[in-house]
Ligand binder design. Structure first.
Ligand SMILES: [Zn+2]
Length: 345
């Protein structure tokens, strides 16, 4: 199986996040992908591949052109060691009249938690390139592929960034795949993928189904309620399954079953799996109680859909667990023999 990967991300290390009024260490670090790469390296089934570069023009249809241009301009003007945090994170149209990208950027900020560095634009584009390459592989007939990338994407909306996400990688892949038939996105990250929901909320071409911690308790706080079910042509094509903090596999599995039933009913041609691992009990920013071996039955249940599946990396911040959890997932998905991977961190 091909693993598309943007290797330059190893040089991309945001240091601090500005969250709820104070600076905290940013958990979205290069060690995350190093943990996964180390685990994959022990198994010949994973074949690393670099994606071809992606032009910004290919983001049209997923992201607003004004957002992309402002992001490019802002990153181009930051000092080499500067991290940008918006001082006015609110979608006021007045902000867009400013000649300064630093001011305009506030219009597109979902929150202040995501530092933008001089290389953020290039890095986000390289992650999107990974998703695009994964989509191309699926269109060429691959039954399974993995987009290993940083920064993650599911909080990035049509014209917004936040939650360590800048461009929506899974949405870009889904949009490309939608040419071949209906696509379902299953998002198993601990957080609700508000950005993916935003991008496809009015579409019946892409079904979005998410299991996540309920917005009363967890980021992004503003989306992820069960009532949010799509609008216009997209009515009924958005399913949120919010779960309370403390959810373990016994409580998670029935919700996953419900998610998979909805996906099966939509009869999609392809599945995009937004694979977050911050549902693990040890995750420093999550509050669920999944264990590494639980990702194997999760993978088995998803594989039972019988759909070509593109796995796109999202969150997961307990570094030592990431590699073993990815191996457990791909064991369940049928790539690795059961019992063949060392699943315990
Ligand atoms: Zn997450």
């Amino acid at each position: 199986m091909k693993v598309y990967y943007n290797a330059p991300e190893q040089g991309y290390a945001p240091q601090t996040s500005f969250f709820q009024g104070r600076f905290t260490p940013c958990p979205e670090v290069p060690a995350r992908t190093r943990s996964i790469l180390a685990a994959l390296g022990a198994h010949a089934e994973f074949e690393l591949a670099a994606p071809p570069p992606l032009e910004a023009a290919h983001l049209a249809g997923v992201h607003d052109a004004g957002y992309i241009e402002t992001l490019r301009a802002l990153c181009g003007r930051l000092k080499p060691d500067e991290a940008f945090y918006p001082f006015n994170a609110q979608p006021l149209p007045l902000l867009l009249r400013s000649p300064y990208a630093r001011v305009r950027m506030g219009y597109y900020a979902l929150d202040t938690s995501t530092p933008l560095l001089p290389q953020s634009y290039d890095m986000a584009l390289s992650a999107a390139a990974v998703a695009a390459a994964g989509a191309e592989a699926m269109l060429a007939g691959a039954p399974l592929a993995y987009c290993l990338l940083r920064p993650p994407g599911h909080h990035a909306g049509r014209r917004s960034y936040g939650g360590y996400c800048i461009l929506n990688n899974a949405a870009l892949a889904a949009q490309r795949l939608a040419g071949a038939g209906r696509v379902a996105i299953l998002d198993v990250d601990y957080h609700h993928g508000n950005g993916t929901q935003d991008i496809f909320y009015e579409s019946d071409a892409v079904l979005y189904v998410s299991l996540h911690c309920r917005p009363e308790e967890a980021y992004p706080y503003i989306a992820g309620a069960e009532e949010e079910s799509g609008t216009g042509r997209g009515a009924g094509y958005n399913l949120n399954l919010p779960l309370p903090g403390g959810t373990d596999w016994a409580a998670y599995a029935p919700a996953l079953e419900r998610a998979l039933e909805r996906i099966a009913r939509a009869r999609p041609a392809l599945l995009v799996l937004s694979a977050g691992f911050d549902t693990l009990a040890d995750d420093p920013i999550g509050s669920f109680a999944l264990r590494v071996p639980d990702f194997e039955p999760m993978g088995r249940m998803i594989a039972a859909l019988g759909l070509p599946t593109l796995v796109v990396q999202e969150g997961g911040y307990h570094v030592p667990s990431l590699g073993p959890a990815v191996l457990a997932l791909f064991t369940g998905l049928g790539l690795l023999p059961a019992g063949g991977a060392r699943l315990h961190a």
